[in-house]
Design a protein around this ligand. Structure first.
Ligand code: DC
Length: 225
């Protein structure tokens, strides 16, 4: 049984950056579960699957095999034998991931993969329902959040860094829409677990956020002490 750290929170709160840094510091494997939903979303988009049709969705899921591989500590999602890491990081894949992730058969399909990796390894796993649903007995649960305005500002900076134009108001609206969809879906909605530590990073930089979370983990588990 590995040590399991769950980090949940809304889109753009900095979960992946922070979870990566925390896992590196602890020497644990970082598991980015959003990448799994993005991969399913990518398959549905590329194959023109109507995800609102229960039968089409079920048939498509039967044709999909998703695995995780780690190369020099970096996660790669393998879709039917192909590494799709380079294709799942677009805003479109993120929105599609949010849509397919509300479908119960999609969540069902990804459940064991996530639990198996957590059972066998020391991990920092980030997502939306890790503390509430996937790993209810995680050793430490963090709910990492930030204001919508601050998350939109950070996303816009990321687009800028990639040389992509963006309208901050559109980014803010998309984030608010994604929050709403992720928080109000019937199955495993995004919410803060009762026993989670809430970290609001609106006024913290990455180092401060990582330091705050590491301190919580040290206090709770004695890891790194
Ligand atoms: O963290 P991300 O932006 O890569 O996630 C993309 C979408 O996937 C997110 O909007 C909701 C969904 N998701 C989920 O439902 N459960 C998770 N554990 C992780 C992501």
């Amino acid at each position: 049984m590995g040590i399991n750290i769950a980090i949940d929170g809304p889109a753009g709160a900095g979960k992946s950056t922070v979870a990566k840094a925390v896992s590196r510091e602890l020497g644990y494997i970082y598991v980015d579960t959003g990448a799994l939903y993005r991969t399913i979303g990518l398959y549905m988009t590329e194959n023109g699957v109507d995800v609102e049709s229960e039968s089409e969705l079920a048939q498509a899921l039967d044709r999909i095999e998703v695995n995780l591989e780690y190369v020099e500590g970096k996660q790669h999602v393998i879709l039917n034998g192909e590494d799709v890491e380079g294709r799942i990081r677009t805003a479109q894949a993120g929105n599609m991931a949010s849509i397919v992730s509300a479908k119960p058969p999609v969540r069902e399909k990804l459940l064991d993969l996530q639990r198996d990796i957590a059972r066998e390894n020391d991990i920092v796993m980030d997502g939306r329902d890790i503390g509430t649903n996937i790993l209810p007995n995680a050793d430490v649960k963090i709910y990492l959040t930030a204001s919508v305005a601050e998350r939109a500002r950070r996303r816009a900076l990321e687009f800028e860094a990639k040389g992509e134009a963006c309208d901050i108001e559109v980014v803010e609206r998309e984030i608010a829409e994604r929050d709403h969809r992720d928080m109000t879906r019937d199955i495993a909605p995004l919410r803060c677990a009762e026993d989670a530590f809430v970290v609001d990073s609106s006024d913290m930089d990455i180092d401060e956020t990582v330091g705050t979370i590491l301190q919580i983990i040290y206090d709770k588990t004695g890891a790194g002490a």
